[in-house]
Write a protein that binds this ligand. Structure first.
Ligand SMILES: Cc1cc2nc3c(=O)[nH]c(=O)nc-3n(C[C@H](O)[C@H](O)[C@H](O)COP(=O)(O)O)c2cc1C
Length: 191
């Protein structure tokens, strides 16, 4: 697959197969995150990779999925994520303006995973206090977001947006994701 095709074929997935992800793939994903652009090259980010089943099960209740269609978009029983990559901000390095770094790192990790067939859902709706406790994260780190991972058990489709940004599921349970049309967002040489 070309890199462009990899980018456009990526969709957020919330239903996962239960086979584990090879540790080498998870390491490659974090490596892709580590090497992302970083404002002033400060590199405030660190990553917790969660592979243990009991930890995945402890974290899961503290995540919120697909708010527009809840609870329909939640992972079904037996289709929960099998790994997580949790993005931390080292507050001794930076306490604000790190969100751009988080965005670049997470998209790198998402695409590096997708190249290997790993699907993901990037979550900001996280009970940070509880997940911080579960993972023993020290005080000088801020938990920014959680990347839920696994081989995909659904095949969402992006389509041109009509009126609403709200994703929806059809009668077969397939997720449809409206995207603003290219000619609505592209402006050559000014407006
Ligand atoms: C910063 C960020 C936070 C998100 N947080 C959540 C979340 O908490 N729960 C969730 O189910 N999806 C979350 N998503 C996924 C979005 O709902 C998804 O990206 C959007 O619907 C577009 O779908 P697509 O990723 O397939 O293009 C988040 C995405 C981003 C970029």
């Amino acid at each position: 697959m070309s890199f462009y095709d990899l980018i456009v074929s990526r969709r957020t997935v919330r239903q996962f197969q239960q086979n584990p992800i090879d540790e080498g793939i998870l390491k490659a994903m974090v490596n892709a995150g580590r090497l992302a652009p970083s404002a002033a090259n400060h590199q405030p980010l660190e990553f917790v990779v969660v592979t243990e089943k009991y930890l995945c099960q402890k974290i899961y209740p503290f995540l919120k999925w697909a708010a527009y269609i809840a609870p329909e978009g939640d992972p079904k029983p037996g289709k929960q994520p099998v790994s997580y990559i949790v993005t931390l901000v080292n507050k001794q390095i930076k306490t604000d303006g790190y969100q751009w770094d988080v965005g670049a790192a997470n998209e790198n990790m998402i695409l590096a995973g997708w190249e290997k067939g790993i699907a993901s859902c990037w979550l900001l709706s996280v009970n940070r206090k509880e997940v911080t406790k579960i993972l023993d994260i020290p005080n000088h780190y801020l938990l920014d977001s959680v990347l839920a991972l696994g081989y995909p058990e659904e095949d969402p489709v992006a389509e041109d947006m009509d009126k609403s940004v709200k994703y929806w599921k059809d009668g077969n349970g397939r997720l449809h994701v409206p995207k603003r049309k290219l000619d609505q967002v592209i402006h050559f040489n000014g407006f």
